[in-house]
Design a protein around this ligand. Structure first.
Ligand code: NAD
Length: 437
């Protein structure tokens, strides 16, 4: 079995490396020459725990290769995965499918013999049909099938998620394609991974339904958190109290500054758009999008009011910039809303993130980037936890207090205990629990 992976980003590189770990020959293709050159030198273009070792081992074993030449990658492949980006299209919220369609055109020219083309990118319902039309128009006599196989991995735990998924979804009605997909995912049968075979349209829909549901769940607990603050309840106990109900489930009930990242913001918008176009609006998800956008903005106000109503001329030390821990991904991170709002309000921002500093500098520009957590809060008027990296959870409270100018902590991820913060004499603002100060 030979697999070509078009797009060597968070999904393509992890999927390609994991397939090669299963013993499949994989060639990862990317247009970005720097990315491929770095990979050939053994340097990972992204931060994902465990990825460097996985890639190194499989490159050494000769099962994992990289190229910028799509033709070379696709020519002998039994399956060609499209794992290119599908960002939000400027102006209308729809998924920008130009990368997917461009890849389809190129694949059509390069494929040889029966080829299964697999859309792993998150794409709106009907995209598989259009990919098929594009390829058929270029190669009327070619033997191929276009399959939907959405990816559910999470950045930060991507390898484990890929190797031990809750399920694999495969959308095709083509028997030959089904056999190829079964072969590719055969190693997962051993760990009894449920494989959902369905139509292409249903498979495309499953991915959006899953992501928008999760975004709604986060938004739900965020609003419950706000209400908890008003009525004197503790959102963590509420989350535990409802999450133990099997119908609700424990996950995605952690309150915070609003969801961000490379998927939820764009996928919620895209599904809202699809639903509107089909005259079947998803009002719940429209509200989720709106509530989440407002929430990110409101977080800057929360910081400002924790600082006594103004941050003009004050220094704020921000811990964490990535949209979540264990990734360097800055796409739609709450920090991108919060930090500019603080600067606009007159603050000087110092910041540190263990992995996302390089990406952050491209997007945030003029703030002071520091080498560690304590350097960031040195002499600052307040410390703000924006991303719950492990190294921020166990920081010495005495040292935090003596390093800050004022003992003000705004913890938007609830990594500290309010009682302990009170004992230590902090003014402590958190989410969905009684703040102190
Ligand atoms: P990414 O931006 O990290 O990577 C995409 C890569 O594709 C880039 O390196 C780009 O250079 C390359 N590319 C674009 N056009 C190309 C072409 N014609 N030929 C070769 N390479 C090309 O994107 P990502 O985060 O990996 O996401 C990819 C898709 O997977 C998206 O649709 C996304 O919604 C979906 N997805 C992402 C995640 C995630 O956590 N990042 C999880 C599940 C699904």
């Amino acid at each position: 079995m030979r697999v070509a992976m078009i797009g060597t980003g968070y999904v393509g590189l992890v999927s390609g490396a994991c397939f090669s770990e299963f013993g499949t020959d994989v060639i990862c293709v990317d247009k970005d020459e720097t990315k491929i050159a770095r990979l050939e030198d053994g340097i990972m273009p992204i931060y994902e725990p465990g990825l460097d070792v996985l890639v190194e081992n499989n490159v050494k074993a000769g099962r994992l290769k990289f190229t910028t030449d799509l033709k070379v990658g696709v020519k002998d492949a039994d399956a060609v995965f499209i794992a290119v980006g599908t960002p939000t299209r400027r102006g209308d919220g729809h998924a920008d499918l130009s990368y997917v369609y461009a890849a389809a055109e190129e694949i059509a020219e390069a494929m040889d013999g029966f080829t299964v083309i697999v859309t792993k990118s998150t794409v709106p319902v009907g995209t598989g049909r259009e990919v098929e039309r594009i390829i058929r128009a270029k190669r009327p006599d070619a033997e191929f099938a276009v399959v939907s196989n959405p990816e559910f991995l999470r950045e930060g735990s991507a390898i484990g998620d890929f190797m031990r998924p809750d399920r694999v979804v495969i959308g095709t009605t083509d028997e030959r394609a089904r056999d190829v997909m079964r072969d590719i995912y055969r190693p997962l049968y051993l760990i009894e991974t449920p494989i959902v075979f369905t139509s292409r349209e249903t498979s495309e829909m499953i991915k959006y339904a899953a992501n928008t549901f999760l975004a709604a769940k986060i938004t739900f607990i965020n609003e419950i958190a706000d209400l908890c603050e008003k009525v004197g309840a503790d959102v963590h106990d509420v989350a535990r109290g409802i999450g133990l109900d099997g119908r609700i489930g424990k996950k995605f009930l952690h309150p915070g500054p609003g969801y961000g990242g490379s998927c939820f913001p764009k996928d919620t918008l895209a599904l809202v758009r699809t639903a509107q176009e089909h005259g079947s609006p998803l009002r719940i998800i429209e509200t989720v999008v709106d509530v989440n956008a407002k929430r990110k903005k409101a977080m800057a106000d929360r910081i400002i009011s924790a600082c006594g109503g103004s941050v003009a001329g004050k220094t704020i030390g921000i811990l964490g910039l990535a949209f979540k821990p264990n990734t360097d991904d800055m796409r739609d991170a709450p920090s991108l809303d919060i930090i500019p709002a603080l600067i606009k309000a007159g603050a000087t921002v110092r910041a540190f993130d263990p992995e996302a500093m390089e990406e952050a500098q491209k997007l945030l520009g003029d703030i002071v980037y520091c080498d560690g957590a304590f350097e960031t809060i040195e002499g600052a008027d307040a410390m703000v936890v924006l991303t719950e990296w492990n190294e921020f959870r166990g920081m010495d409270l005495d040292r935090i207090k003596s390093t800050l100018k004022h003992p003000i902590v705004v913890d938007l991820r609830n990594v500290y205990e309010p009682g302990e913060m009170a004992e230590q004499g902090f003014s402590y603002t958190c989410v969905g629990r009684a703040s102190i100060g």
